[in-house]
Design a protein around this ligand. Structure first.
Ligand code: ZN
Length: 318
């Protein structure tokens, strides 16, 4: 089976290659020399040339990476939502050049001198180099449609988007700025949970962000929370589940503890589809499932609606 896929793919690669690389090939030899280099990079997935094709985990189609990028990392065949970086997501949502980033340079310290396989500061630094992010969230004020919005977007590629002091502090400052400027808040979450390397300080971020949102709500300002794959544990148990509107991307895994832990603890069979966005929509935890490509338009519609409601409420009080 694997051989068949490889042959098929190589054919595709040959046909598309001229469009991607400068035109060195005068004879077929150059192409042959190049192919093994691509294929042998990782023995584990030797049938997938890295950086060109991605296999969709849902429908198993080989998707050309460029096509996947153009489609906001959504499989064109089955609509499976791949993870997307925070910068790319912001770019897809806000009006061009309107994102004014806040606290861009904030980074973690190592209060517990924590060492697991690698010392914590080294782990942070490695992720900073690979992801080109300082920590797992980007925050800022931007414009979506005609609305100024306080926007926070998490990025799973930075230590599983774990909630540490930096994520908590950046989001809290964002929410506080929104309260002060009377802006709606939108937070797009993804997370594996609390950042264990920061111990108790990491757990404190749950209370801190929730308290900031409570002050924001007191001012009757809207907060839209978006849950993307996966949003779990401490993040789900704090700001991610506190939205006035809670949206999710299709197929996202959403929960507190993992299914295996729940099954072992309760000694009960879990219902099919447990902890998916679709299951939670049926059971009332989330308000709508919104495909990534429709997210911006939905934000505009919801904000229009909420803004009008707010104006009516203010008029009624006056
Ligand atoms: Zn697919």
């Amino acid at each position: 089976m694997a051989t068949t896929t490889f042959t098929k793919k190589s054919l595709g690669l040959e046909t598309t290659e001229p469009a991607l690389t400068p035109p060195p090939a005068k004879d077929g030899q150059t192409n042959f020399a190049k192919k093994p280099k691509l294929g042998s990079a990782k023995s584990k997935k030797r049938d997938i040339p890295e950086g060109l094709w991605t296999k969709c985990p849902k429908c198993e189609t080989m998707v050309f990476d460029k096509e996947l990028d153009e489609n906001l990392k959504v499989c064109p065949k089955c609509e499976h939502h791949f993870p997307i970086g925070a910068r790319e997501r912001i770019h897809s949502l806000v009006e061009t050049c309107t994102f004014e980033e806040m606290d861009a340079e904030m980074t973690s310290v190592d209060p517990l001198k924590f060492v697991d396989k690698t010392p914590y500061p080294k782990r942070v630094q490695e992720h900073q180099t690979v992801t080109n992010l300082k920590d797992a969230v980007l925050t800022g004020i931007s414009k979506i449609g005609g609305h100024r919005v306080a926007l926070g977007v998490m990025d799973f590629s930075f230590i599983a988007a774990s909630l540490g002091s930096v994520v908590g502090e950046k989001l809290t400052r964002l929410i506080e700025r929104a309260t002060e400027k009377e802006l709606p808040v939108i937070i797009i979450s993804t997370s594996g949970g609390a950042r264990m390397q920061e111990g108790m300080l990491s757990l404190m971020q749950m209370a801190k962000t929730s308290a900031a949102l409570a002050y924001h709500a007191q001012r009757r300002l809207p907060y839209i929370s978006v849950l993307t794959h996966p949003t779990t544990a401490g993040v789900m148990a704090s700001y991610a589940s506190l939205g006035d509107l809670i949206l999710a991307e299709p197929g996202a895994m959403i929960g507190f503890a993992g299914p295996r832990v729940i099954k072992d603890t309760t000694q009960a069979e879990l219902p099919p589809g447990f902890q998916t966005a679709e299951f939670l929509l049926d059971h009332g935890l989330i308000d709508a499932i919104v495909p990534r490509k429709e997210m911006k338009q939905r934000f505009i519609e919801y904000l229009d609606f909420l803004h009008n409601r707010q104006k009516i409420a203010t008029a009624a009080l006056a």
